[in-house]
Ligand binder design. Sequence first.
Ligand SMILES: NC(=O)c1ccc[n+]([C@@H]2O[C@H](COP(=O)([O-])OP(=O)(O)OC[C@H]3O[C@@H](n4cnc5c(N)ncnc54)[C@H](O)[C@@H]3O)[C@@H](O)[C@H]2O)c1
Length: 335
Amino acid sequence: MKPAILVTGAAGFIGAHTARALKLAGEEIVAIDSFSNYYSTELKDLRIANLLTPLGVTVARCDISDSDALKKTLEDKNISSIIHLAAQPGIRLPVERYGQYVSANIDAYLNIFTWGLKNGIDRITYASSSSVYGNYPKAPFSESFADIKPISFYGATKLANESMAPTIIRKSKMKARGLRFFTVYGPWGRPDMAYFRIAANLISGKPFNLFGDGDALRDFSYVDDTVNAVIALHNELESRPAEYHDVVNTGGGIPRTLAEMINIAESQLGLELQSNVSAKHPSDVERTFADATLLHSLIGKHTPTPLESGMSEVIKWAKDPKVSALISNWTETTV
Ligand SMILES: NC(=O)c1ccc[n+]([C@@H]2O[C@H](COP(=O)([O-])OP(=O)(O)OC[C@H]3O[C@@H](n4cnc5c(N)ncnc54)[C@H](O)[C@@H]3O)[C@@H](O)[C@H]2O)c1
């Protein structure tokens, strides 16, 4: 059997879609996840049942921050490269819970690299985030900006990942690439994200907690576009020399406001969203806006899925009876 790609965070939103696309492209997959309870594990189980089980992909339960557990889970596996998507996402955890970011985004990150080095793996693509840019005064955000400052602890852990990678792979045959994801949305998504709660609350008729006045700009990325970029960038990394490291924006460079997203969802469902407006969260950035020049130079230019089309897939998914009966509960399971 050909060696497998290890996908971490495969019970998660981007991880499950990535594992599915890789499998459909004929790759062997080893998929792992801790099934963290940051949001509903029922949603994670259903996501796997719908996206992965029909393709024969199973997700092994493993907490990567436990290096012994990681070693044990992977001991008989033949792995050629790693796509590391497991993390504690979201910017809203309170300071008393910042340890969750350290455990999932720093300890687990170091463990996966260390395991890779010990096991002769020469290629790791890992998830970073547009949060590393904080409230950078200039846009679009370019990977060449040298003085970026995250405003969330989450963003700080992702920027730390980017500085750690070259030091870990120094003097090894490994090459690594960090992907700065920009507000990824789509079916089977994450219930802490605004688009998910907007769709869920429209369907349930519950009021939506709107932080700020809806003018925040986001470079919304449809999940299929992001997954295509993950796979193409992981493939492109293969041609690079040992010790190579870079970071790449995966956003399409077409930001829209949250208010526009709400209008799109309302008009597609023919319903009006009731909103409870409160102050913007201190860790929420004012805008995200990717400079996609590097992305296009590495994997070619693709027209991003328009927000209207992507949201129509989300709404179609959310209206499916097996989802609409549960979607509102899932939004209650997270911060
Ligand atoms: N979705 C976005 O818009 C977005 C934007 C920027 C960056 N990212 C990054 O992309 C990656 C995937 O995000 P997502 O939206 O799919 O989030 P997700 O929470 O749906 O998926 C992450 C998965 O990682 C798992 N995990 C957490 N800690 C783990 C550990 N110690 N060991 C093993 N598994 C662990 C969780 O159980 C979860 O299933 C993350 O690294 C996230 O920080 C996502």
